[in-house]
Design a protein around this ligand. Structure first.
Ligand SMILES: Nc1ncnc2c1ncn2[C@@H]1O[C@H](COP(=O)(O)OP(=O)(O)O)[C@@H](O)[C@H]1O
Ligand SMILES: O=C(O)C1=C[C@@H](OP(=O)(O)O)[C@@H](O)[C@H](O)C1
Ligand SMILES: [Mg+2]
Length: 260
């Protein structure tokens, strides 16, 4: 055996240890998951990941490698979250609610937390059409936008284990909700008109509120749509006075509470 082969053997034996250890780690993570579920303990705890990372890095004898090992560890934990999410949420998490309820922001945050894929329907429409939503309303009108919205909803219907942030008007067509419910559970994010106003008053990207950004105009439109939101919702989350991480934790615990 030449020198290179001997050195490669060293790597091979390291790989054997790594693969075995990773497999054991994943099995242990699954056991922790089952235990937490049975006791109703929050499953995704970002602060715990930081501790795990610190403990792992403290074991290093060669501090020169700490940056690389840290990156590998972050990846291990990212994959662990992904594995757990696949097990816990084999369906799509569909976020609906009025403009400013937080569907897009919560979707992005949930996606990082759960390491699940995320589609923002409005963003997909913008890419699809090569223009902003408000331009689409101006140039082609709302009816055209609604048709594209329905088209995109159909395009994404076969997805699984994905977070889908919808536009506020997705409930206006029963067909959209029917399609989204095939593989998804619908979570309604709620907020009072005053809260919504506070969140979006300076944002002019929402054409339906462009010339009527007032609490009463929001309250009026909210009232018009309320029934549709409630009918579509499998879960309802109030978001007033909750920050984004708190809304995400509540969504997760509500979804896990009930096996529908
Ligand atoms: N729970 C919340 N607490 C504070 N700000 C929020 C909350 N949810 C959303 N926001 C803010 O409100 C604005 C609109 O949120 P967005 O996610 O675009 O809503 P939507 O997609 O439902 O229209 C953003 O600036 C976002 O940061
Ligand atoms: O409520 C609506 O009818 C709409 C909501 C918007 O999305 P957000 O709810 O994410 O703002 C966007 O789809 C479009 O401006 C129409
Ligand atoms: Mg949005």
């Amino acid at each position: 055996m030449n020198q290179l082969e001997k050195l490669r053997q060293e790597i091979d034996s390291c790989d054997q240890i790594i693969v075995r250890a990773l497999e054991e780690r994943m099995k242990a993570a699954m056991k922790v998951l089952d235990y937490k579920r049975s006791k109703g303990i929050p499953i995704f705890q970002p602060e715990r990941e930081q501790l795990v990372l610190e403990k792992a890095l403290a074991q290093l004898t060669h501090k020169d490698f700490s940056r690389e090992i840290e990156k590998i560890y972050l990846e291990i934990m990212r994959n662990s979250r992904k594995l757990q999410s696949k097990q816990l949420f084999p369906y799509n998490i569909v976020l609906i609610g009025f403009m400013g309820a937080g569907k897009s922001t919560v979707g992005a945050h949930l996606s990082k937390l759960l390491e699940m894929e995320w589609i923002d329907v409005d963003q997909k429409i913008e890419v699809h059409q090569g223009m902003k939503i408000h331009e689409m309303f101006d140039v082609y009108g709302e009816a055209y936008f609604r048709d594209i919205e329905t088209q995109v909803v159909h395009e994404i219907q076969d997805r699984e284990n994905t977070i889908l942030s919808c536009g506020g008007g997705v409930v206006l067509r029963a067909e959209n909700i029917e399609v989204l419910k095939k593989n998804g559970r619908v979570v309604l994010l709620q907020a009072e008109a005053e809260t919504i106003y506070g969140r979006i008053k300076d944002d002019c990207s929402r054409p339906l509120l462009r010339n009527q950004m007032t609490v009463s105009a929001i309250a009026h439109r909210l009232e018009e749509r309320k029934q549709r939101y409630y009918e579509a919702a499998d879960y309802i989350i109030d978001t007033d006075d909750k920050d984004i991480p708190a809304v995400c934790q509540e969504i997760i615990s509500e979804l896990l509470k009930t096996e529908k």
